[in-house]
Each structure stands twice: as structure tokens, then as C-alpha cells.
Ligand binder design. Structure first.
Ligand code: FES
Length: 172
């Protein structure tokens, strides 16, 4: 390994991923550069927009504000990890079906935030939804469709098991 690099074993989407990173490499850059998980987007790269959101131990975290070396052995879920065997999760499918996409740049971070919301609160009010995505900025200002998509996911998740399109919320 090159001098100055740290060997870090990331636990991402249920798999161990060994990366070699400078001490100050962010989790966002480490995910995008080495495992090639580009679902988390680099927006302002300053904790402001939510485009880089991932789940760490179930909590929504801005990966541009985390050092990769500080996340070893924690359970990281990226938007890619929400699908199972190539099938989108209910939240991912709802975003597609509701057309909650304009340029698409913010969408993955929105989906991560929405997934965390529904894992903690399966029957959110519209205000709960607004609060959950309040840290996700959409430069197209396309929030209405996003809220409709999350409400569609809520309705689908309330259906009996087996009647929801796609895996429920995330890979186990
Ligand atoms: S890129 Fe991390 S919050 Fe915007």
C-alpha cells in the first residue's frame, strides 16, 4: 500500500469492501472512487444539499461530512443497497412511478431520506414527509412529486405482504 494510505474495511450494502484511503478522504469520495458506488452524489460537498446521503446504522448521514476511516465496521447502506436482486425497493419504485424525477441529481439522496423515514415511521403525515426531506435540496424545486412519491410508497407498504411491488424498504 502506498505511504500515507489507511486500509479501511467498509461494510457497505451487506458486503465488506476494502479501501485504501488518505486519512482525510470522505466517505462519499471513498464510496464513489473505489467500490464505484456512485449513487451518492457530490453536490455542494459541504453538508448542505443531502445529495450524498447514505444510511449508517440506519441513520441518514451526509457522506461528504464523514471520514471514510471513521466509518469502518459500521453498517453503511447506499441507494444501490436498497434494491434486492436488481429489483427496486418500494420507495425506489414509487419515485419512478410518481415521476419524482427532474434532472435526477437529488433523487438518490431523497430516496435514502424517505427510506429512513418509513423505517422509523410507516404512517407519516405530510408534515412528517416535508420534515424528513427538508435537508434534501432540489435545484429543480421539484418537491411536489417527491412528496407524492413518498405518499405512494406509504400506501403500497400498507398493503398486505406480497402485494407491494418490489422489496419493502431495503435489503436485509
Ligand atoms: S454533497 Fe454532501 S450534503 Fe451536499
Amino acid at each position: 500500500m502506498s505511504a500515507g494510505l489507511l486500509a479501511v474495511l467498509l461494510q457497505v450494502n451487506g458486503e465488506s469492501r476494502a479501501v485504501a484511503v488518505p486519512a482525510r478522504r470522505t466517505l462519499l469520495d471513498a464510496l464513489r472512487d473505489q467500490p464505484g458506488l456512485t449513487g451518492a452524489k457530490k453536490g455542494w460537498n459541504a453538508g448542505l444539499c443531502g445529495a450524498c446521503n447514505v444510511l449508517i446504522d440506519g441513520d441518514v448521514i451526509r457522506s461528504c461530512l464523514c471520514l471514510a476511516a471513521g466509518t469502518a465496521d459500521r453498517a453503511i447502506t447506499t441507494v444501490e443497497g436498497l434494491a434486492v436482486d436488481g429489483r427496486p425497493s418500494v420507495v425506489q419504485q414509487a419515485f419512478l412511478d410518481a415521476g419524482a424525477i427532474q434532472c435526477g441529481f437529488c433523487m438518490t439522496g431523497m430516496i435514502v431520506s424517505a427510506t429512513a423515514l418509513l423505517q422509523h415511521n410507516p404512517k407519516p403525515s405530510r408534515d412528517d414527509i416535508r420534515t424528513a426531506i427538508s435537508g434534501n435540496l432540489c435545484r429543480c424545486s421539484g418537491y411536489v412529486k417527491v412528496i407524492e412519491a413518498i405518499e405512494l410508497a406509504v400506501a403500497r407498504l400498507a398493503q398486505p405482504a406480497g402485494e407491494t411491488p418490489g422489496p419493502a424498504l431495503a435489503a436485509e
